[in-house]
Design a protein around this ligand. Structure first.
Ligand code: G
Ligand code: MN
Length: 292
């Protein structure tokens, strides 16, 4: 198991040498060798055709295996144990730097970052985050969104988590509940955690055109989320048809291969300038009363 990346310098320095290490510390070693990068996947409003932001997704540019997604990390590390990726603070810092870089190029682009609930309650997250925004005064906290993935630690102190989220939202940071519907405590999360968005997990979206149960599930999640004042975004939208079904169910925000695969930071500005929306989605909305 990979423990916190933010352990003491001694821990980091005492890693078995970074070179070809195949041990449990390989992800840390990869991070030290600058092999970890963030790719960015657009999130759009299907009704208006507008780009609303990008999600930062972790990738490992492995020296021999090539570009790896987190699902492939296990194989690369080969430790026989599940890899716990708690690189939330590193990813947040990278995202803030990227918002700043894009801002200087004239691109205003909110970024959402995946963080485990357990990372938010560790050490003093709010003080650390405050420090980040002091270091990058050109970045508005409103451009950062935290996509919270449920922690598997049942002992996770819920009150502390709520306090951290409230503090983040008080300075303008947006909060999304990620992979919604898959975790053991999704229902209590949406009840207890103050959030702006709920992200419908891609496993419910994948077969939405053919699986009635998935469609009902999405319908219920939309109804639940909106009744708690959250906006819903669907991930894993692979076909234009899936987007039309989602819009009919009341979800206009989407992310997925039908829009774009995740891409390098340097490809985002050109993509953002050329994206005009999907005609079928825009036309569907134009002909539907009360479409957002
Ligand atoms: O739920 P989470 O945000 O962790 O999932 C993001 C992952 O899903 C990323 O690794 C991304 O590459 C992948 N992904 C994004 N869009 C799609 C899609 O439309 N289809 C599939 N199968 N995977 C996707
Ligand atoms: Mn996510």
């Amino acid at each position: 198991m990979i423990n916190s990346l933010f352990g003491s310098a001694m821990q980091i320095l005492s890693l078995p040498f970074f070179g070809n290490s195949q041990g449990t510390n390989s992800l840390q070693a990869a991070q030290m060798r600058n092999e970890l990068v963030l790719f960015y996947q657009p999130k759009v409003n299907m009704a208006s055709g507008l780009l609303v932001g990008v999600e930062a997704l972790l990738r490992w540019q492995h020296p021999s295996l090539g570009l790896l997604t987190p699902a492939m990390f296990d194989k690369a590390i080969n430790s026989g144990k599940p890899v716990v990726i708690d690189l939330g603070r590193w990813a947040i810092e990278e995202a803030i730097k990227q918002i700043s870089r894009w801002g200087k190029q004239g691109l205003s682009m909110p970024i959402s970052v995946n963080v485990m609930a357990s990372e938010l309650t560790k050490e003093d997250f709010c003080t650390w985050l405050d420090g980040m925004f002091k270091d990058y005064p050109d970045v508005s906290p409103a451009f950062l969104e935290l996509e919270i993935v449920e922690s598997s630690q049942l002992s996770n102190p819920l009150l502390h988590l709520i306090e951290v989220i409230n503090n983040c939202r008080a300075i303008g940071i947006k909060v999304a509940l990620d992979d919604f519907g898959t975790g053991y405590s999704s229902l209590s999360y949406v009840r207890n955690l103050p959030a702006d968005h709920v992200k419908i997990d891609q496993t419910f979206v994948r077969d939405i055109a053919v699986n009635d149960k998935d469609r009902q599930m999405v319908r219920v999640v939309i109804s639940l989320a909106t009744s708690f004042g959250c906006t819903v975004i669907a991930e894993g939208v692979e076909k234009v048809e899936d987007g039309l079904i989602l819009m009919k169910l009341g979800c206009v925000l989407a992310q997925g291969y039908a829009i774009s695969h995740p891409m390098k930071a340097s490809d985002v500005p050109a993509w953002a300038n050329s994206y005009k929306g999907h005609q079928e989605w825009i036309e569907h909305c134009a002909s539907t009363p009360f479409c957002e």
